[in-house]
Design a protein around this ligand. Sequence first.
Ligand code: 6GU
Length: 223
Amino acid sequence: MRFDIITLMPELLESPFNHSILKRAKEKGLLHVHLHQLREYAINKHGQVDDMQYGGGAGMVMMCEPLSNLIEKLMSERKYDEVIYLTPDGKNYHQKIANTLSLKENVLLICGHYKGIDQRIRDLYVTLEISIGDYVLSGGELAAAILVDSIGRLIPGVLNDETSALTDSHQDGLLAPPVYTRPAEFKGLSVPDVLLSGNFKLIEEWRQDQALKRTEDRRPDML
Ligand code: 6GU
């Protein structure tokens, strides 16, 4: 799977994909991430990519021409399954969207800044608008990193049995149960007996029960 990311701040996205699972996904050739500096498509030698908004009001708007020129160049090189604009007024992101997107071949991500991008770019090119939550970030880059991370680990072949996504929080509509490792007792707190019992049927039942309790307690909206 290939991600192309349009951004004014590629530096923000240089490290997140070079560790752990995503690093391995890239090394295995299953994940490709290409950053594109929008500034290189500025309308003048001052590097201008934004302008004041029609109708007045505070905040600059990212202009049509730089975005359009870069998007059309990329589109001439390959066919994108989705063109996603990261924006706080987008559709709420969740695991089901990640699962769906993990089966795509080419995805183009557009990171906005300032007041966002000219509506006509959204009308002309964008196929999906995503928000990662009900708060405002200073740009789309951190949201793009979250998308690539959450989708990248789901690409078939990236995770193995040990790191399987099947037992993640949200993957089965429930939060994950508590987990423990050695030692069996720490500062007076013991690991639940059932986990030491070796009875896998009981352990599975306990985990299911804990997942349900946790979800009822913390995220009743998910049930
Ligand atoms: Cl995707 N972008 C920005 N700038 N802010 C956000 C967001 C995205 N999702 C939540 N807040």
